[in-house]
Design a binder for this molecule. Structure first.
Ligand SMILES: NC(=O)c1ccc[n+]([C@@H]2O[C@H](COP(=O)([O-])OP(=O)(O)OC[C@H]3O[C@@H](n4cnc5c(N)ncnc54)[C@H](OP(=O)(O)O)[C@@H]3O)[C@@H](O)[C@H]2O)c1
Length: 299
């Protein structure tokens, strides 16, 4: 069975289906932005499956409340504060993780913001969106890279992304060419594109520059995250660390003001299955799209 059919068969069966168990309670998984939404549901699912899970949240009270609600269901998870938009919080978290566990196996970059209603498209908070969704994930990855155990190809990064950030959503020919050039793309180039987007926002010219048309700032943040993930996957190939992106699709959370086609638990079920694919089958540098036959598409 190839990966595509395996993913489809696992995700389309009942929620009681579990992937082949290669992990143990020694396996440490970190999920960002996990006090609610898909992140919270993912922590719950991974804890049910027997991993050691670190629930992180930027707000201590909300994080602890989430931990307690899991404890009330008989699930024990660890907690540490982590604001991915704050470099010092990232460093403090990395130091805590090293002290508490010595390292980690799985990182799910789930924390993200969007300030738009479903049918609106303001870029008023573009800087915060880029700082949180792109730089937050990138800086956290950089801080945690030395802590990955890189054991038997079981170390994984899953970046929660969005189809809104696929290259096909961009009409600017320069951006398309630069991001599409797999051989020459570099991290500074991605950062330069992101900076030029923020310059266009400041200059009020962003609408005519061919950036994605829906939830523009959010889409650019995920566009950059996808490109960075692709580069990181290449950099880490053969070094026991896979890097993939996952779009859960339109899911009923605060980000969508409760609208969507599926529940956070359904999205988390698929995310959990993806980060727990057996070591020999886990791909790298892929973009997973919810339940479509073409489950892998170019980042
Ligand atoms: N829902 C969808 O339809 C959909 C579709 C495609 C992709 N996604 C992606 O799925 C992931 C989860 O989204 P969701 O729908 O579950 O959203 P959500 O319910 O709004 O949850 C977002 C989480 O991120 C946290 N967060 C925001 N800024 C943070 C920061 N600076 N540091 C740490 N945590 C921070 C939030 O914490 P607070 O409670 O403190 O704000 C919250 O816990 C995101 O990456 C999103 O882009 C969602």
């Amino acid at each position: 069975m190839d990966i595509d059919s395996k993913v489809i068969s696992m995700t389309s069966s009942s929620s009681s289906s579990s992937p082949i168990r290669w992990w143990s309670e020694e396996t440490v998984a970190v999920v960002t932005g996990a006090n609610k939404g898909i992140g919270f549901a993912l922590v719950k699912r991974l804890a049910e499956l027997g991993l050691t899970v670190v629930l992180t949240a930027r707000d201590v009270a909300k994080g602890k409340e989430a931990v307690e609600s899991l404890a009330a269901r008989g699930l024990r998870v660890e907690f540490c504060r982590l604001d991915v938009a704050d470099g010092s919080s990232i460093l403090a978290f990395a130091a805590w993780l090293k002290r508490a566990f010595g390292g980690l196996d799985i990182l799910v970059n789930n924390a993200a913001v969007s300030f738009n209603e479903i049918d609106t498209n303001s870029v008023e908070h573009a800087e915060t969106v880029i700082r949180t969704n792109f730089y937050g994930s990138k800086l956290l990855i950089e801080a945690l890279l030395p802590l990955f155990r890189r054991c038997a190809a079981s170390s994984r990064i899953l970046n929660m992304s969005s189809q809104l950030g696929l290259l096909s959503k961009v009409s600017n020919p320069t951006v398309r060419e630069v991001l599409g050039d797999e051989e020459r793309l570099t991290v500074p180039t991605i950062e330069h594109l992101v900076a030029s987007f923020l310059d266009h926002v400041k200059a009020g010219t962003w609408e005519e520059q061919g950036w994605p048309k829906v939830w523009t700032d959010y889409s650019v943040s995920k566009l950059a995250l996808n490109a960075y993930s692709r580069l990181l996957a290449k950099q880490e190939a053969g070094r026991g660390l896979s890097v993939n992106c996952f779009c859960p699709g339109f899911t009923r959370t605060s980000m969508t003001r409760g609208r969507g086609r599926r529940t956070p638990e359904e999205a988390a079920e698929v995310a959990a299955m993806l980060v727990l694919l057996p070591p020999r089958e886990v791909p790298t540098g892929k973009f997973f799209k919810w339940r479509t036959p073409a489950l892998f598409s170019k980042l």
